[in-house]
Design a protein around this ligand. Structure first.
Ligand SMILES: O=C([O-])CC(=O)C(=O)O
Ligand SMILES: [Mg+2]
Length: 647
C-alpha cells in the first residue's frame, strides 16, 4: 500500500466574516483537507471507477511530484466555518472516510471533464499553463459572468420546457459552478425549469432522457449491502439526503425509480436557495418496484420490473437504509423524505423522528410554507388564525400536515386545547366531508379531523355548509376548484383565500386566472406550481407560489449549522414565522402573501437563523457555543458558486 498527499491551492474564498469559532473549525479541517489519498486505498478492493462522469485516474507516482494541482476537495476549504465543519467535528469513527477506490488529482483533459472543477473558457492563462490545458481550449479567456450570459441565452432558445431542463442537467454534469451561478442569478426564470413543474415531466420521461446516472439507487437487489452501496458514493461529508421511493411523485402518482428527478431537483435547490454545498448533498431513490403498469411494460424503464414490495419486506429495506445512513454519516445528517405515498410517509416519519434527524417535506415543509402564507395573509384580511375557518380538498400528507400545523400555531396563540382549535379545520376527501360518522373507516391520520356534522358528499356542498374563509387544495386532482366552488367562496367572503397547492401545474386545483376571474378579482391566491401574472379588468394580479421550496433549503441549513439532532414541530413554526416576516409592504400592495424568489438566499438565511435559534432554545442544537448573530452566521455558511483560482 502506498499513498501520497496533494494540496488544494484555492485562493478565492468568496466568503468572509467567519467567527472565531469558525476559525478554530477551519484549522481543524484544513489539516484533513490537505490529505488526498492517492492510490490504492485501504484494501485490495481498490479499483477504477466513475466519479460523477470522470474516470478516476491511476496516477503514476512521478506525476504526483508536481507541485501545482487541483485536488479533489470540493468546496470544503472555501466554505470553512460553514456547516461542514460542524459535521466534521463529531465524526464517530475514521472508518467513515475509507473509500474503496483511489482518489486522484485532476489536471489537463480530465480536469475539463470534471464538473466540480471545470471552468471551461474561464481558465486563466496561468491556469492553462499550470494544469496542462494548453491547446485543449480555444485561446479566448471568458469570465464566469459572460458564461452566464451565454448560457441563459442558450437555455432561452429552447421553447419546450423539457429541453430547457435537459440543457440545465447537461450543464450541471459539465460545470457545476456555472450551473449554480446561472440558477442563482436567474432563479425566478429557472426554478420552473429544474423544479416544479418541469421536473414532473422529466420524471415521467426519465427512461428516455436518461443520460448520466445522478444520485444513488438502492433497490431490493442491494438488501443486506446498503452500507457498501453508500460507500460507493464519492463524497464522504454528507449533510443532507433527500430520499424517495417514487410512489407518489408530485401529483403524478407512482413513477417508481424514475422519481430520482425529485431528490436531484430538491437538492439542487438546497444548494442554490439554501447554500448547502453540492458535495454535501446526496439524492437517493429506493427502488422496491412499481405498480405503474405503463412503466412495467416499458423497455426503457430504468427500475426493477416488479410490483412494489410492501409490509415487512419494505420495512426491512427501509430500516437497513436508515441504520446504514446513521452509521455511515453520523447522527447529524438530515434525511428528507420526499414523495412517499401516504401510508408509508406517515409511518416512516413516526418511526424515525425520535432516532434520526428526519423531515418529511410533503407533510412538514408544505405545512410550514402554507402557515407562513396564511399568517402573512392576515395582514390583508384581518383577524387572527382563530377567527378563520379552513376547508381542505385532499386529506393526505399535505392536507393533514398543514391542518395540524395551523392547529398547533392557533393553539399556541390562544392557549386553547388542540382538540378545540382543530374544530375550525375541515377536510374533504374522495368520499366527501370527513365527519365523525365515518371515523371507524378512516385512516389514522384523518381521524383527528372527523368532527360532528351530517355527511356531505362533495366540495361545493361542503363550502356552502362550512362557509370557510380559506380554501386549500391538496388533492393531487387538477381542476377540482370549479367555477361554482370559487363563486361560492367569493359570495361568502370579501377576500376569499384560495390556495391551489397540487403539483405540477396540470394537477393544480384551479389556475390563477380562474381564481381571479371567478372571484371578480377578490381572491388572495397562491399555488404550488408557478402561474404567470393575470390581467383581469385592467388590473394585473401576481399570484404567489406556496411551494415548500421556500422552506426546506433554509430549514435544512438551520439544522445543519446548529448541529441540531432532531426535528421538533416548534422548528417548523419558527421557519413559518421567519418566512412570513419576509413579506414586505410592497409585496402586500400587490396582493402577494409570499416574497419573490429573487431574494431567496436572504430569506433562507433568516429562516435558518430562526430555526437554529429555536433549536438552541429547545436544547436540540449541539454546535456550541451558539453563534451571536445567527443570520450572519447562516450567510457565512453558504456556498457561493464563484469560480476558485487554481495555482
Ligand atoms: O415538489 C414540489 O413542487 C412540492 C412537493 O413537494 C410536492 O408537490 O410533492
Ligand atoms: Mg414532494
Amino acid at each position: 500500500m502506498f499513498s501520497s498527499t496533494r494540496c488544494a491551492f484555492l485562493s478565492n474564498s468568496g466568503l468572509g466574516g467567519c467567527s472565531s469559532l469558525c476559525d478554530a473549525a477551519q484549522k481543524k479541517r484544513s489539516t484533513r483537507l490537505r490529505v488526498v489519498s492517492m492510490t490504492p486505498s485501504s484494501s485490495s478492493s481498490s479499483r477504477s471507477g466513475d466519479r460523477n462522469g470522470s474516470v478516476v485516474m491511476e496516477t503514476p507516482l512521478k506525476e504526483l511530484k508536481k507541485e501545482s494541482t487541483v485536488a479533489d476537495v470540493d468546496d470544503n476549504a472555501i466554505s470553512a466555518g460553514g456547516p461542514q465543519d460542524v459535521y466534521g467535528e463529531d465524526r464517530a469513527t475514521e472508518d467513515h472516510f475509507v473509500t474503496p477506490w483511489s482518489v486522484s488529482v485532476a489536471s489537463g483533459y480530465t480536469l475539463l471533464r470534471d464538473p466540480h472543477f471545470n471552468k471551461g473558457l474561464a481558465f486563466t492563462e496561468d491556469e492553462r499553463d499550470a494544469h496542462y490545458l494548453r491547446g485543449l481550449l480555444p485561446p479566448s479567456v471568458i469570465p464566469q459572468e459572460t458564461q452566464v450570459k451565454k448560457m441563459i441565452q442558450h437555455v432561452r432558445q429552447y421553447q419546450v420546457p423539457l429541453q430547457k431542463y435537459m440543457a440545465m442537467m447537461d450543464l450541471q454534469e459539465r460545470n457545476e459552478r456555472l450551473f449554480y451561478k446561472l440558477l442563482i442569478d436567474h432563479v425566478e426564470e429557472l426554478l420552473p425549469v429544474v423544479y416544479t413543474p418541469t421536473v414532473g415531466e422529466a420524471c415521467q420521461k426519465y427512461g428516455s432522457i436518461f443520460m448520466h446516472p445522478q444520485g444513488l439507487y438502492i433497490s431490493l437487489k442491494e438488501k443486506g449491502k446498503i452500507r457498501e452501496v453508500l460507500r460507493n458514493w464519492p463524497e464522504k461529508n454528507i449533510q443532507v439526503i433527500v430520499v424517495t421511493d417514487g410512489e407518489r411523485i408530485l401529483g403524478l402518482g407512482d413513477l417508481g425509480c424514475q422519481g430520482m428527478g425529485i431528490p436531484v431537483g430538491k437538492l439542487s435547490l438546497y444548494t442554490a436557495l439554501g447554500g448547502v454545498r453540492p458535495s454535501a448533498c446526496l439524492p437517493i431513490t429506493i427502488d422496491v418496484g412499481t405498480n405503474n403498469e405503463k412503466l412495467l411494460n416499458d423497455e426503457l424503464y430504468i427500475g426493477l420490473k416488479q410490483r412494489r414490495a410492501t409490509g415487512q419486506e419494505y420495512a426491512e429495506l427501509m430500516h437497513e437504509f436508515m441504520t446504514a445512513v446513521k452509521q455511515t454519516y453520523g447522527e447529524k445528517v438530515l434525511i428528507q423524505f420526499e414523495d412517499f405515498a401516504n401510508h408509508n410517509a406517515f409511518n416512516l416519519l413516526e418511526k424515525y423522528r425520535s432516532t434520526h434527524l428526519v423531515f418529511n417535506d410533503d407533510i412538514q415543509g408544505t405545512a410550514s410554507v402554507v402557515l407562513a402564507g396564511l399568517v402573512a395573509s392576515l395582514k390583508l384580511v384581518g383577524g387572527n388564525l382563530a377567527d378563520h375557518r379552513f376547508l381542505f380538498l385532499g386529506a393526505g400528507e399535505a392536507g393533514t400536515g398543514i391542518a395540524e400545523l395551523i392547529a398547533l400555531e392557533t393553539s399556541k396563540q390562544t392557549n386553547a386545547p388542540l382538540e378545540e382549535v382543530r374544530k375550525n379545520i375541515w377536510l374533504v376527501d374522495s368520499k366527501g366531508l370527513i365527519v365523525s360518522s365515518r371515523k371507524d373507516s378512516l385512516q389514522h391520520f384523518k381521524k383527528p379531523w372527523a368532527h360532528e356534522h351530517e355527511p356531505v358528499k362533495n366540495l361545493l356542498d361542503a363550502v356552502n355548509k362550512i362557509k370557510p374563509t380559506v380554501l386549500i387544495g391538496t388533492s393531487g386532482q387538477g381542476r377540482t376548484f370549479t367555477k361554482e366552488v370559487i363563486e361560492a367562496m367569493a359570495s361568502i367572503n370579501k377576500r376569499p383565500i384560495i390556495l391551489s397547492l397540487s403539483n405540477p401545474t396540470s394537477q393544480s386545483e384551479c389556475t390563477a386566472e380562474e381564481a381571479y376571474k371567478w372571484s371578480q378579482g377578490r381572491a388572495i391566491f397562491a399555488s404550488g406550481s408557478p402561474f404567470p401574472p393575470v390581467e383581469y379588468e385592467g388590473k394585473v394580479f401576481v399570484p404567489g407560489q406556496a411551494n415548500n421550496a421556500y422552506i426546506f433549503p433554509g430549514f435544512g441549513l438551520g439544522l445543519i449549522m446548529s448541529g441540531t439532532i432532531r426535528v421538533h414541530d416548534d422548528l417548523l413554526l419558527a421557519a413559518s414565522e421567519a418566512l412570513a416576516a419576509q413579506v414586505s409592504q410592497e409585496n402586500f400592495d400587490k396582493g402577494l402573501i409570499y416574497p419573490p424568489f429573487t431574494n431567496i438566499r436572504k430569506i433562507s438565511a433568516h429562516i435558518a437563523a430562526n430555526v437554529a435559534a429555536k433549536a438552541y432554545e429547545l436544547g436540540l442544537a449541539t454546535r456550541l457555543p451558539q453563534p451571536k448573530d445567527l443570520v450572519k452566521f447562516a450567510e457565512s455558511c453558504m456556498y457561493t458558486p464563484a469560480y476558485r483560482s487554481y495555482r
